[in-house]
Design a protein around this ligand. Structure first.
Ligand code: FAE
Length: 518
């Protein structure tokens, strides 16, 4: 099925390195990164008649490995699973007191666990960016909170045009409630619902981009399993409508876009004859540099993700490549208030040995306690009696990226202790549920006797904030023809999972840029 789905991509969008950008090329538009912001940008530019080159540091993810599958399973990580690591760094590091991580060969794998002091930031690597590894939860913020999310953007435009456009393009839908109520694979979510409702918390279905009909067939045993085989963090071989199944085939159909995987942009400087010189390293699958290329682009769109874009811009400003970028560069970074925890249920509240890896339900206590908690799966294949949650919380903690000249790298000023505000918000839900149910927190999932998963985020946001580092449409101050198009624009929190907002904002910005700049 995966091969069939990918068969719809033309050879150009299949993005093999044989069609990669050539050294000294001169191109009208270059997009750095192939996640949500990058794909929206490339598609709309191409549809407007502009030839586009997309540069992606990760792999194409279009070729099966030795096991016949493109993506590795969560239960058996291998070299495909992690970006240039020799040991896995699983978000859930322990189970029943035992460490879960294991040695793997160093490889340009799909999930990057990028370590800064105080926080590990998980990100997708490959053509499709975060869409390759994420949980597919596709949530539009509630309109009453939109002013907190993007204060300088007109909500009428977003809720009237760009959120609907993003939801339609991404293939977002909600689970059939009758099936939710009956299928074994969402027993864990039904237990989550029961406990939420018994404590009087609003319980909501969470939209997702997974193909529900495919999941029903998985449950019936008529198709190869993906969500019901625990696939998620290292890619889904079937069922999930990642960008590989939505924007990327449309991009291919324009015939105007080439994609260069395993190419990492390292520099962007004004070119003497106008436009920008973009320098990049072509990588092999152990991360070695095969060759360096320099191309000229009339316009450059930064869509390397919140961390990737921020790191590039901070370095380029500090090292004198783009000195006129303003002092907002690198600022306003947040973790979307991510914090994880588990609860130990009673024996009569079994959560099920079979758990769909795609979350589809949540507890909304944003108004009262500043927390939106997704009821997350623990797809171990055995009964765990555990309820597991990823909370998105309201927190004003913001960090800043800065250039560390001595070490030659970009640092982030995040402190682990800052997660306490998120823990406090999450506790407004789970302390109450534990009291009502007579249950306790799990202490074995993130180490030895550690309740809170406060060491990570899946949702990096900010670093080049809209209307601060850029104008109100993503144009970087100081450099005409340079744009930011990704999660770096969003000031640290989206109140819900972020990719629908990133997609909708990119749709809004590129429409304006095409209308006025090109
Ligand atoms: P992103 O998708 O990260 O794309 C950036 C791309 O740029 C990547 O492919 C990079 O490899 C590439 N890149 C970076 N630096 C360079 C460079 N120097 N040169 C060339 N290429 C480069 O950015 N969000 C939700 O809304 N719902 C979920 O259920 C959800 N679950 C998640 C689960 C996990 C495990 C993770 C890691 C994330 C999850 N997210 C979820 C977050 C979501 O995937 C993320 O917000 C978006 O992918 C960010 O989109 P961007 O376009 O900003």
């Amino acid at each position: 099925m995966g091969a069939l789905a990918l068969g719809g991509l033309s050879s150009r969008a299949r993005a093999d390195t044989s069609t990669s950008i050539s050294d000294a090329a001169s191109v009208p538009a270059l997009v750095i990164g192939t996640g949500y912001g990058g794909c929206v940008t490339a598609l709309r530019l191409a549809q407007a008649g502009v030839d586009v080159h997309m540069i992606e540091m990760g792999m194409a993810w279009d070729t099966p490995g030795a096991d016949g599958k493109i993506f590795a399973n969560t239960t058996t990580p291998d070299q495909r699973s992690f970006w240039l690591r020799t040991r896995t760094k699983q978000p859930l590091s322990n189970f029943l007191g035992f460490p879960l991580d294991k040695d793997i060969p160093r490889y340009t794998g799909i999930l990057d666990a990028e370590e800064f002091s105080g926080i590990t930031v998980y990100q997708g690597r490959g053509v499709g960016g975060g869409s390759l590894v994420n949980g597919g939860m596709a949530v539009t913020p509630r309109r009453e909170y939109f002013g907190e999310v993007l204060p300088t953007v007109n909500p009428d435009e977003m809720f009237g045009t760009y959120y609907p456009r993003a939801n339609a393009e991404l293939g977002v839908s909600v689970i059939d409630p009758a099936w939710f109520d009956s299928t074994a694979c969402y027993q864990y979510a039904r237990v989550g619902r029961k406990h939420a409702q018994r404590s009087n918390f609003p319980f909501v279905y969470v939209p997702n981009v997974y193909d529900w009909n495919y999941m029903k067939q998985e449950a019936a045993g008529t198709v190869p399993k993906s969500a019901l085989a625990g696939e998620i963090l290292y890619g889904n071989n079937h069922g999930k409508k990642s960008l590989q199944k939505t924007y990327l085939p449309k991009i291919a159909a324009t015939g105007r876009v080439t994609i260069s995987p395993l190419h990492r942009v390292t520099s962007v400087v004004p070119a003497s004859g106008g436009g920008y010189t973009v320098t990049m390293e072509q990588l092999n699958t152990t991360g070695g540099v095969v060759t360096t290329k320099a191309v000229t682009a009339a316009r450059v769109f930064f869509a390397a993700g919140s961390v990737g874009t921020s790191k590039l811009l901070v370095k380029l400003k500090a090292t004198g490549a783009l000195p006129n970028l303003n002092n907002e560069i690198g600022k306003g970074w947040g973790d979307n208030g991510n914090v994880m925890c588990g609860r130990a249920n009673h024996m009569w509240d079994a959560t099920g040995a079979l758990q769909s890896s795609m979350p589809t339900a949540g507890i909304d206590n944003w108004a009262a306690g500043g927390a939106f908690a997704e009821v997350a799966p623990l797809p171990t294949g055995i009964e765990t009696y555990a309820s597991f949650y990823l909370s998105i919380t309201k927190t004003s903690q913001r960090a800043e990226f800065s250039w560390n000249a001595g070490a030659g790298r970009v640092d982030l000023s995040w402190q682990t202790a800052w997660k306490q505000t998120s823990i406090n918000a999450a506790k407004t839900i789970f302390d109450k549920i534990n009291a009502k149910e007579g249950t306790i927190y799990r202490t074995d999932l993130f180490g030895i006797y550690k309740i809170w998963g406060d060491h990570l985020t899946y949702h990096p946001l900010g670093g080049a904030i809209l209307n601060k580092a850029t104008d109100n449409y993503g144009r970087l101050h100081g450099y005409p023809g340079l744009y930011v198009m990704d999660g770096a624009l969003i000031p640290g929190n989206t109140t819900v999972n972020p990719f629908v907002t990133i997609t909708a904002l990119a749709e809004r910005n590129i429409e304006k840029i095409i209308a006025t700049d090109l």
